[in-house]
Design a protein around this ligand. Structure first.
Ligand code: ADE
Ligand code: ZN
Length: 326
Protein backbone atom coordinates (compact mmCIF):
# COMPACT_ATOMS: atom_id res chain seq x y z
CA UNK A 1 0.00 0.00 0.00
CA UNK A 2 0.89 3.68 0.37
CA UNK A 3 3.01 3.29 3.48
CA UNK A 4 4.97 0.41 1.93
CA UNK A 5 5.76 2.64 -1.05
CA UNK A 6 6.87 5.42 1.30
CA UNK A 7 9.08 3.02 3.25
CA UNK A 8 10.68 1.71 0.05
CA UNK A 9 11.30 5.23 -1.30
CA UNK A 10 12.81 6.77 1.86
CA UNK A 11 16.60 6.89 2.13
CA UNK A 12 17.56 5.18 5.38
CA UNK A 13 20.58 4.39 7.54
CA UNK A 14 20.99 1.09 9.36
CA UNK A 15 22.65 1.55 12.76
CA UNK A 16 22.26 -1.89 14.37
CA UNK A 17 23.39 -4.79 12.24
CA UNK A 18 25.69 -7.66 13.13
CA UNK A 19 27.44 -8.77 9.95
CA UNK A 20 27.63 -12.35 11.23
CA UNK A 21 23.86 -12.16 11.71
CA UNK A 22 23.39 -11.63 7.98
CA UNK A 23 24.59 -15.19 7.31
CA UNK A 24 21.68 -16.73 5.38
CA UNK A 25 21.13 -20.53 5.55
CA UNK A 26 22.15 -20.82 1.86
CA UNK A 27 25.40 -18.97 2.60
CA UNK A 28 26.10 -21.11 5.66
CA UNK A 29 25.85 -24.23 3.49
CA UNK A 30 27.94 -22.64 0.73
CA UNK A 31 30.78 -21.51 3.05
CA UNK A 32 30.78 -24.89 4.86
CA UNK A 33 31.20 -26.65 1.53
CA UNK A 34 33.79 -24.16 0.23
CA UNK A 35 35.91 -24.52 3.38
CA UNK A 36 35.28 -28.19 4.19
CA UNK A 37 33.83 -27.28 7.58
CA UNK A 38 31.76 -29.96 9.30
CA UNK A 39 28.33 -28.71 10.29
CA UNK A 40 25.57 -30.64 12.04
CA UNK A 41 23.18 -29.96 9.13
CA UNK A 42 22.66 -32.02 5.98
CA UNK A 43 20.13 -29.91 4.15
CA UNK A 44 19.04 -26.32 3.82
CA UNK A 45 15.87 -27.34 5.63
CA UNK A 46 17.96 -28.54 8.59
CA UNK A 47 19.64 -25.13 8.80
CA UNK A 48 16.33 -23.30 8.48
CA UNK A 49 14.88 -25.47 11.24
CA UNK A 50 17.87 -24.61 13.48
CA UNK A 51 17.30 -20.87 12.90
CA UNK A 52 14.57 -21.04 15.51
CA UNK A 53 14.76 -19.89 19.14
CA UNK A 54 12.77 -17.98 21.70
CA UNK A 55 15.35 -16.13 23.75
CA UNK A 56 18.70 -14.39 23.38
CA UNK A 57 20.89 -17.26 24.62
CA UNK A 58 19.30 -19.88 22.35
CA UNK A 59 19.80 -17.51 19.43
CA UNK A 60 23.43 -16.81 20.40
CA UNK A 61 24.24 -20.53 20.57
CA UNK A 62 23.25 -21.05 16.93
CA UNK A 63 24.72 -17.68 15.89
CA UNK A 64 28.20 -18.60 17.22
CA UNK A 65 27.93 -22.08 15.73
CA UNK A 66 26.89 -20.60 12.38
CA UNK A 67 29.84 -18.22 12.14
CA UNK A 68 32.31 -21.13 12.33
CA UNK A 69 31.87 -21.64 8.56
CA UNK A 70 33.57 -18.25 8.01
CA UNK A 71 37.26 -19.03 7.55
CA UNK A 72 38.93 -16.73 5.02
CA UNK A 73 39.14 -13.04 4.23
CA UNK A 74 37.15 -13.82 1.06
CA UNK A 75 34.34 -15.30 3.19
CA UNK A 76 34.05 -12.11 5.26
CA UNK A 77 34.21 -10.02 2.12
CA UNK A 78 31.47 -12.03 0.42
CA UNK A 79 29.24 -12.01 3.52
CA UNK A 80 29.58 -8.23 3.87
CA UNK A 81 29.13 -7.57 0.16
CA UNK A 82 25.95 -9.69 0.07
CA UNK A 83 24.50 -7.70 2.98
CA UNK A 84 25.32 -4.38 1.32
CA UNK A 85 23.82 -5.49 -1.96
CA UNK A 86 20.67 -6.62 -0.16
CA UNK A 87 20.12 -3.37 1.73
CA UNK A 88 20.96 -1.20 -1.28
CA UNK A 89 17.71 -2.65 -2.68
CA UNK A 90 15.96 -1.32 0.47
CA UNK A 91 17.30 2.17 -0.25
CA UNK A 92 19.71 2.06 2.68
CA UNK A 93 22.35 4.76 2.06
CA UNK A 94 24.52 4.49 5.15
CA UNK A 95 25.34 1.57 7.47
CA UNK A 96 27.05 1.37 10.86
CA UNK A 97 27.77 -2.31 11.18
CA UNK A 98 28.98 -4.49 14.03
CA UNK A 99 31.29 -7.42 13.91
CA UNK A 100 32.37 -9.80 16.69
CA UNK A 101 36.14 -10.31 16.36
CA UNK A 102 36.22 -12.58 19.41
CA UNK A 103 33.72 -14.93 17.73
CA UNK A 104 36.53 -15.58 15.27
CA UNK A 105 39.76 -15.20 17.23
CA UNK A 106 38.34 -17.57 19.90
CA UNK A 107 38.24 -20.33 17.27
CA UNK A 108 41.73 -19.60 16.03
CA UNK A 109 41.39 -17.10 13.19
CA UNK A 110 43.86 -14.21 13.17
CA UNK A 111 42.21 -10.84 13.97
CA UNK A 112 43.20 -9.55 10.52
CA UNK A 113 41.12 -12.14 8.62
CA UNK A 114 37.61 -10.95 9.51
CA UNK A 115 38.40 -7.25 9.54
CA UNK A 116 40.43 -7.41 6.33
CA UNK A 117 37.57 -9.00 4.40
CA UNK A 118 34.89 -6.82 5.95
CA UNK A 119 36.74 -3.56 5.18
CA UNK A 120 37.39 -4.57 1.58
CA UNK A 121 33.66 -4.90 1.02
CA UNK A 122 32.79 -1.76 2.99
CA UNK A 123 35.39 0.36 1.20
CA UNK A 124 33.94 -0.66 -2.19
CA UNK A 125 30.34 0.01 -1.13
CA UNK A 126 30.11 3.71 -1.95
CA UNK A 127 31.09 3.22 -5.56
CA UNK A 128 29.25 -0.08 -5.97
CA UNK A 129 26.02 0.64 -4.08
CA UNK A 130 26.09 4.30 -3.03
CA UNK A 131 26.40 3.22 0.62
CA UNK A 132 28.73 4.91 3.12
CA UNK A 133 29.74 3.18 6.35
CA UNK A 134 31.10 3.16 9.87
CA UNK A 135 32.54 -0.02 11.41
CA UNK A 136 31.96 -0.91 15.07
CA UNK A 137 33.89 -3.67 16.81
CA UNK A 138 31.93 -5.38 19.58
CA UNK A 139 33.27 -7.01 22.71
CA UNK A 140 31.56 -10.25 23.78
CA UNK A 141 30.25 -9.56 27.26
CA UNK A 142 30.15 -13.22 28.31
CA UNK A 143 33.98 -13.21 28.13
CA UNK A 144 36.26 -11.51 30.69
CA UNK A 145 37.17 -7.83 30.35
CA UNK A 146 40.79 -8.96 29.97
CA UNK A 147 39.88 -10.59 26.65
CA UNK A 148 38.26 -7.35 25.49
CA UNK A 149 41.51 -5.52 26.30
CA UNK A 150 43.40 -8.09 24.22
CA UNK A 151 40.97 -7.52 21.33
CA UNK A 152 41.45 -3.76 21.60
CA UNK A 153 45.22 -4.30 21.40
CA UNK A 154 44.84 -6.52 18.32
CA UNK A 155 42.75 -3.79 16.70
CA UNK A 156 45.48 -1.18 17.16
CA UNK A 157 46.84 -1.32 13.56
CA UNK A 158 43.27 -0.91 12.24
CA UNK A 159 42.07 1.87 14.52
CA UNK A 160 41.97 4.51 11.80
CA UNK A 161 39.35 2.34 10.09
CA UNK A 162 37.34 1.28 13.16
CA UNK A 163 34.99 4.01 14.28
CA UNK A 164 33.59 2.62 17.48
CA UNK A 165 33.32 -0.20 19.96
CA UNK A 166 30.18 -1.94 21.15
CA UNK A 167 29.11 -4.54 23.68
CA UNK A 168 26.99 -7.54 22.76
CA UNK A 169 26.24 -11.22 23.51
CA UNK A 170 24.55 -12.59 26.68
CA UNK A 171 23.28 -9.57 28.58
CA UNK A 172 21.86 -10.82 31.89
CA UNK A 173 24.68 -11.58 34.33
CA UNK A 174 27.15 -9.47 32.36
CA UNK A 175 26.39 -5.85 33.27
CA UNK A 176 28.13 -2.91 31.59
CA UNK A 177 30.14 -2.29 34.80
CA UNK A 178 32.21 -5.37 33.89
CA UNK A 179 33.64 -3.38 30.94
CA UNK A 180 34.11 0.07 32.46
CA UNK A 181 37.91 0.08 32.10
CA UNK A 182 38.11 -1.18 28.54
CA UNK A 183 35.48 1.33 27.43
CA UNK A 184 37.51 4.11 29.06
CA UNK A 185 40.56 2.89 27.11
CA UNK A 186 38.56 2.88 23.86
CA UNK A 187 37.26 6.39 24.61
CA UNK A 188 40.84 7.61 25.06
CA UNK A 189 41.63 6.31 21.59
CA UNK A 190 38.87 8.53 20.21
CA UNK A 191 36.46 5.71 19.45
CA UNK A 192 32.68 6.12 19.57
CA UNK A 193 30.99 3.97 22.19
CA UNK A 194 27.77 1.96 22.03
CA UNK A 195 26.39 -0.94 24.04
CA UNK A 196 23.49 -3.35 23.90
CA UNK A 197 21.48 -2.50 27.00
CA UNK A 198 17.93 -3.12 28.14
CA UNK A 199 17.24 -5.84 25.57
CA UNK A 200 16.84 -8.60 28.17
CA UNK A 201 18.66 -6.78 30.94
CA UNK A 202 17.00 -4.40 33.45
CA UNK A 203 16.93 -0.56 33.40
CA UNK A 204 19.91 -0.63 35.79
CA UNK A 205 22.07 -1.92 32.96
CA UNK A 206 21.05 1.07 30.84
CA UNK A 207 22.02 3.42 33.71
CA UNK A 208 25.39 1.66 33.93
CA UNK A 209 25.92 1.94 30.18
CA UNK A 210 25.31 5.70 30.43
CA UNK A 211 27.11 6.43 33.71
CA UNK A 212 30.02 3.99 33.59
CA UNK A 213 30.61 3.28 29.91
CA UNK A 214 29.53 6.80 28.80
CA UNK A 215 28.02 5.49 25.59
CA UNK A 216 27.10 7.71 22.65
CA UNK A 217 24.15 5.57 21.54
CA UNK A 218 22.03 2.78 23.06
CA UNK A 219 21.50 -0.51 21.24
CA UNK A 220 17.94 -1.74 21.87
CA UNK A 221 17.13 0.05 25.13
CA UNK A 222 13.59 -1.31 25.22
CA UNK A 223 13.49 -1.88 28.96
CA UNK A 224 14.42 1.78 29.64
CA UNK A 225 10.70 2.47 29.33
CA UNK A 226 10.12 0.68 32.64
CA UNK A 227 11.81 3.64 34.38
CA UNK A 228 10.32 7.10 33.84
CA UNK A 229 13.37 8.95 35.16
CA UNK A 230 15.62 6.96 32.80
CA UNK A 231 13.29 7.61 29.87
CA UNK A 232 13.36 11.35 30.62
CA UNK A 233 17.13 11.31 30.86
CA UNK A 234 17.53 9.57 27.48
CA UNK A 235 15.17 12.09 25.91
CA UNK A 236 16.93 15.09 27.47
CA UNK A 237 20.36 13.82 26.44
CA UNK A 238 19.06 13.31 22.89
CA UNK A 239 20.43 9.78 22.80
CA UNK A 240 19.51 7.59 19.85
CA UNK A 241 18.07 4.11 20.45
CA UNK A 242 18.79 1.48 17.80
CA UNK A 243 15.65 -0.61 18.10
CA UNK A 244 15.15 -3.92 16.26
CA UNK A 245 11.47 -4.89 16.09
CA UNK A 246 11.65 -8.26 14.29
CA UNK A 247 14.56 -9.25 16.53
CA UNK A 248 12.49 -8.29 19.57
CA UNK A 249 9.68 -10.51 18.29
CA UNK A 250 11.98 -13.49 17.51
CA UNK A 251 13.68 -13.31 20.91
CA UNK A 252 10.40 -12.73 22.76
CA UNK A 253 11.37 -9.28 24.04
CA UNK A 254 7.80 -8.64 22.88
CA UNK A 255 5.19 -11.42 22.61
CA UNK A 256 3.40 -9.82 19.68
CA UNK A 257 4.59 -7.10 17.30
CA UNK A 258 1.35 -5.25 18.17
CA UNK A 259 2.81 -4.82 21.68
CA UNK A 260 6.05 -3.32 20.35
CA UNK A 261 6.90 0.00 22.08
CA UNK A 262 8.11 1.74 18.88
CA UNK A 263 5.14 4.10 18.60
CA UNK A 264 5.33 4.84 22.31
CA UNK A 265 9.05 5.61 22.07
CA UNK A 266 8.36 8.19 19.36
CA UNK A 267 5.46 9.67 21.32
CA UNK A 268 7.77 10.05 24.33
CA UNK A 269 10.15 12.08 22.18
CA UNK A 270 12.88 9.45 22.10
CA UNK A 271 15.13 9.29 19.06
CA UNK A 272 14.26 5.73 18.13
CA UNK A 273 15.39 4.08 14.93
CA UNK A 274 14.39 0.84 13.17
CA UNK A 275 17.08 -1.76 12.43
CA UNK A 276 17.36 -5.43 11.57
CA UNK A 277 19.96 -6.73 14.11
CA UNK A 278 20.53 -10.23 12.65
CA UNK A 279 18.28 -10.31 9.59
CA UNK A 280 19.18 -13.84 8.43
CA UNK A 281 18.02 -15.16 11.79
CA UNK A 282 15.10 -12.84 12.55
CA UNK A 283 13.34 -12.97 9.22
CA UNK A 284 13.69 -9.54 7.71
CA UNK A 285 15.96 -6.78 6.46
CA UNK A 286 15.36 -3.02 6.89
CA UNK A 287 12.22 -2.40 4.86
CA UNK A 288 10.52 -5.49 6.22
CA UNK A 289 11.21 -4.29 9.76
CA UNK A 290 9.66 -0.93 8.82
CA UNK A 291 6.66 -2.49 7.05
CA UNK A 292 5.78 -5.01 9.71
CA UNK A 293 6.23 -2.52 12.55
CA UNK A 294 4.21 0.15 10.76
CA UNK A 295 1.40 -2.31 10.22
CA UNK A 296 1.46 -3.84 13.70
CA UNK A 297 1.55 -0.63 15.75
CA UNK A 298 -0.04 1.70 13.23
CA UNK A 299 2.77 4.10 12.40
CA UNK A 300 1.73 7.23 10.49
CA UNK A 301 3.50 8.70 7.44
CA UNK A 302 4.98 11.34 9.72
CA UNK A 303 6.30 8.74 12.16
CA UNK A 304 7.87 6.71 9.37
CA UNK A 305 9.57 9.81 7.98
CA UNK A 306 10.73 10.70 11.51
CA UNK A 307 12.27 7.22 11.91
CA UNK A 308 14.20 7.57 8.66
CA UNK A 309 15.42 11.03 9.78
CA UNK A 310 16.43 9.66 13.17
CA UNK A 311 18.57 7.05 11.43
CA UNK A 312 20.74 9.78 9.92
CA UNK A 313 20.80 12.19 12.87
CA UNK A 314 21.73 9.22 15.07
CA UNK A 315 24.56 8.17 12.76
CA UNK A 316 28.21 8.88 13.56
CA UNK A 317 28.44 11.22 10.56
CA UNK A 318 29.37 14.88 10.44
CA UNK A 319 26.26 17.11 10.38
CA UNK A 320 26.84 18.15 6.78
CA UNK A 321 26.78 14.51 5.69
CA UNK A 322 23.67 13.80 7.75
CA UNK A 323 21.98 16.79 6.13
CA UNK A 324 22.70 15.41 2.65
CA UNK A 325 20.22 12.61 3.41
CA UNK A 326 17.48 14.52 5.27
N1 ADE B 1 24.80 -10.56 19.00
C1 ADE B 1 24.17 -10.56 17.82
N2 ADE B 1 22.92 -10.10 17.97
C2 ADE B 1 22.75 -9.79 19.28
C3 ADE B 1 21.70 -9.26 20.05
N3 ADE B 1 20.50 -8.94 19.53
N4 ADE B 1 21.89 -9.09 21.37
C4 ADE B 1 23.06 -9.41 21.92
N5 ADE B 1 24.08 -9.90 21.24
C5 ADE B 1 23.94 -10.09 19.92
ZN1 ZN C 1 22.29 -6.57 18.28
Amino acid sequence: DDLDALIAALPKAELHLHLEGSLEPEQLMMFAERNGVDIPFKTLEDVRAAYDFSNLQDFLDIYYQGMSVLQTEADFHDLTDAYLKRVAADNVRHVEVFFDPQGHTERGLPFDVPIGGILKALDAAEEKYGITYRLIMCFLRHLPEEDAFETLAQAEPWLDRIHGVGLDSSEVGHPPSKFERVFAAAREKGLKLVAHAGEEGPPDYVYEALDLLKIDRIDHGNRSLEDDALTARIREAGLTLTVCPLSNLSLCVVDDLKDHPMKKMLALGLKATINSDDPAYFGGYMNQNFRETAKAVGLTREEIIQLAKNSFTGAFLPEAEQARHL
